[in-house]
Every structure is written in C-alpha cells, then in structure tokens.
Design a protein around this ligand. Structure first.
Ligand code: AMP
Ligand code: GLY
Length: 417
C-alpha cells in the first residue's frame, strides 16, 4: 500500500513509525514531513493542497492519513478534496472539522445533542461578556486563532475584566466571539475514537500535561508529556464515557449530516457529577499519539485503510497492557518563543525507548539540532507506571541540548502514589 501522512511533528513521526512497523510492505510518504521522518517516509514537496491531490493521484496513493488539523480546514478541506479525487482519507471533511476549528460550533453541537459540557454563553461584545460574568472562577475562551493563548481560567472579576478588555476591546487576537463558560473541576483525560460514519472504536486513553513547569505551573503549552494506559479509566468509566459522550457525538454527527471518518479526540474533565466535554479535536493528540502508538499491536495500516474506506475492522488492532510514558524536551524560551539551532547530543545513546522528533532538523554536518518549541518526545513502556517512568527518564537523561526544558513529574503528578 502507498500511504501519505500530512504533518511534520512528533505525532506524525509516531503515526508513521506505527504504520511502518506492522505487516505488509508499505510505501510511506509525508507532507511536508521532517528530516527525521525522512528516514521512514519520502517527503513530498508541493506548494499546496490542490498540488498535493494531483501528486497523490499521479502516484496512485492508496490512503491519506491526516496528522495535523490545519489541512482539514484549509482551502476546500483535505478530506473533501481527497473524496472528490477518489482517494480514501483518514480525517474528517471540512464541515465536520469545525468541531475543532470553532469553539462556538462545538458548544452549539454539544448543547443540541445534549452531551455533557460546561454551561456557557456566546458573547459578541465586551458588554455582553461582562454581563455574563455571574460567578467565579469562570472560563473565557476566544473563538479563533490565538496561538494557544485564547483560554483563560479567571479566579476573580479583575482577571476576567482584564482578559475581556484585551480580547474584546483591544482585540489582541483579532475579530471573534468570546465564550463565557462555567468552570469545571476534576482530573482531565483524553479519549480517542476512530470514527467511521455511524461506527466507532475507542482507543487507549491518555492524559497530557499542558503546563510548561513541574506541578502544573507556568503557561500552557502544546503538551509537555503524556501517559497512556487502559488503567487510566476503569471499565465502568469507559462504558459511561461511551454511553454519555462518544455514542451521542457520533449520532449527532450523523443527524447533522456531518460525515466523519478519522480520529476524534475528546478532551474530558471527570467532574464529581460525571465526565464532561472540554473540547473536541479532529485528529490524534500530540503528545498523546507518541504515548499511545507504541502500545498498538496488530496491523495498524490495514486498520486505518479499512475504516477510511468505510468498512472498519477494529479487530485488526489491540493495545498492550501496562503503561506508556512520553516526555517532551522543549527548546529555550518555549512556549513564549522557541530557539532553533541548538545541537542535540546523545540520541544514539538512547536504548529501550522510542525517540520521536517534534521539531528538529539536520545541520550541515548531518547532526540533528533544535527546530521548534517542542523538540523531542522520548517514550518508554513498562508493566507499571513507575517502571515506564523510570525507563523514560533514564532514556531522556542521555539526550541534551542547550536550553533544554523538561518536566520531572510526568506520570507522577495527578496520580495518588
Ligand atoms: P481548551 O483549549 O478548550 O482545551 O482549554 C484549555 C484548558 O483550559 C483545558 O485543558 C482545561 O484545563 C482548561 N479548561 C477549559 N475549559 C474549562 C472549563 N469549562 N472548566 C475548567 N477548566 C477548563
Ligand atoms: N495534547 C493536546 C492536543 O493535542 O491538542
């Protein structure tokens, strides 16, 4: 099979590794890929989506797998264009990908289909937003691109007023509505489902660590680490999540005429009254994919191909027992900025762990150097969480570069022992 994956980060490196490791001699391509991904997949160099579709047709690509979300909503949508061209695509149409692209679209969808989520008001002016500040803490979310800075959990009126002034009066992120949401409490969990029209298959759950520093301090990032294990949610909780959240979401997509084929990510909060949806993403999580992919057993490529063609075969894969822990190494300055060009040493010393490249490039000497905020994901497995943690930290200590930032409490914080 000829498979093309869109994206260039650690998630795509993990997906491509999983596609390459299982039976069948697949030919793998990445758009745009990275220097590290190039050891497994041929990079495709075309200027944009229409050219990519032409290239896939000319190469007779059998399957297109959407890694990052951007292409799903760009131009007329990656999945829409693939569909017109007759190329099976694992990733939803542009209309359905609004579940991730627009927070107000997602909230209206959740409400329409009576799926548990925090109460909310959609406001279009600063006055409306201020009038909706009825209790504290309160959560404010800008509905547009904000480089990860569009959500504020405000403990008091003063902070809420300041955010509203910045976003709705100074318009620091540009035009857009502001969601005012009740604040939920409880541990967060990431649930992934492979959705094919009216069918779904729930994958291994994960938890990510969004703050830059230990003990969940400092600003939010794309994710500084992740833990994956079936033991993150017991069977009764998984059954409840399926019944109250996943099934109604899939039914809602069908009812709204939003055809969905691809990974669907549910960001949930496990509140005292039950699981509630914080957000949807129309793709796998990053860094959750780096933690989950090494736990996949079976024929992952055929699994994705079958579902993309509309005839899912969930029995083609299963998940290993035990725990998987992913540690992100980030570059100096992240998340406010990122520094490129710091040479990475020790990659060849890593044993007993996967290394996925999130943001690296080869320099003129052929060595990897930093090229982005999140640089590397180092991932290890163990039969216990403690064993996986010890292996992941031992492996990550071999790898260094100037300015490296890494949390020391991944897989420990948010667990009782
Ligand atoms: P989002 O971009 O919607 O995923 O929000 C980013 C983070 O803000 C989430 O992972 C939560 O930690 C937090 N958050 C979002 N919505 C709420 C809420 N309604 N109550 C409490 N925390 C929230
Ligand atoms: N890890 C969070 C995300 O992928 O959005």
């Amino acid at each position: 099979m000829k498979i093309l994956v869109t994206g260039k980060g650690g998630r795509e490196h993990a997906l491509i590794t999983a596609l390459s490791e299982y039976p069948g001699a697949h030919e793998l391509f990445a758009y745009p890929g990275s220097d590290a991904i190039a050891t497994l997949a041929t990079r495709v160099d075309v200027p944009g989506l229409p050219e990519l579709i032409d290239w896939m047709l000319a190469q007779k690509i059998d399957l297109c797998v959407a890694g990052e979300e951007a292409w799903l909503v760009k131009d007329r949508g990656l999945a829409n264009l693939c569909e017109e061209a007759g190329i099976p695509c694992w990733g939803p149409r542009k209309e359905a990908a609004q579940l991730e692209a627009s927070k107000t679209f997602a909230k209206k969808f959740l409400k329409r289909h009576q799926i548990p989520t925090a109460d909310f008001a959609i406001t279009t002016t600063a006055e409306e937003a201020r009038a909706a500040l009825t209790q504290f803490p309160i959560v404010l979310k800008f509905d547009g691109l904000a480089a990860g800075k569009g959500v504020a959990v405000c403990p008091n009126l003063e902070e809420a007023e300041a955010f509203i002034t910045d976003v709705m009066e100074k318009r620091i992120f540009g035009a857009g509505d502001l969601l005012v949401e009740h604040c939920l409490t409880g541990p967060e969990i990431s649930i992934f489902a492979s959705v094919c029209d009216d069918q779904f298959h729930i994958l291994m759950p994960a938890r990510d660590y969004k703050r830059i520093r230990d003990n969940d301090q400092g600003p939010n990032t794309g994710g500084m680490g992740a833990v994956a294990s079936r033991q993150l949610a017991d069977p009764a909780l998984m059954e409840r999540i399926q019944r109250e959240i996943v099934q109604p979401t899939v039914d809602g997509l069908i009812r709204d005429g939003l055809r969905y084929r691809g990974f669907l990510y549910f960001g949930l909060m496990l509140t005292p009254t039950g699981p509630q949806v914080i957000e949807y993403n129309c793709r796998f999580g990053d860094p959750e994919a780096e933690a989950v992919m090494p736990m996949v057993r079976g024929d992952f490529a055929r699994y994705v191909f079958a579902a993309a063609k509309g005839a899912p075969q969930p029995e083609l894969i299963h998940f290993a027992d035990g725990w998987s822990i992913c540690l992100i190494s980030a570059s100096a300055g992240y998340p406010a900025s990122s520094r490129n060009g710091d040479v990475i040493s020790g990659l060849d010393q890593v044993k007993d762990a996967h290394v996925y490249h999130c943001g690296t490039r080869r320099n003129e000497q052929g060595n990897f150097e930093t090229n982005g905020g999140r640089v590397l994901a180092i991932v290890a497995q163990g039969s216990t969480r403690q064993e996986a943690r010890a292996k992941a930290y031992a492996a990550s200590e071999k790898v260094t570069f100037d300015g490296l930032q890494r949390r020391s409490d991944i897989g420990q914080m948010h667990f009782e022992d």
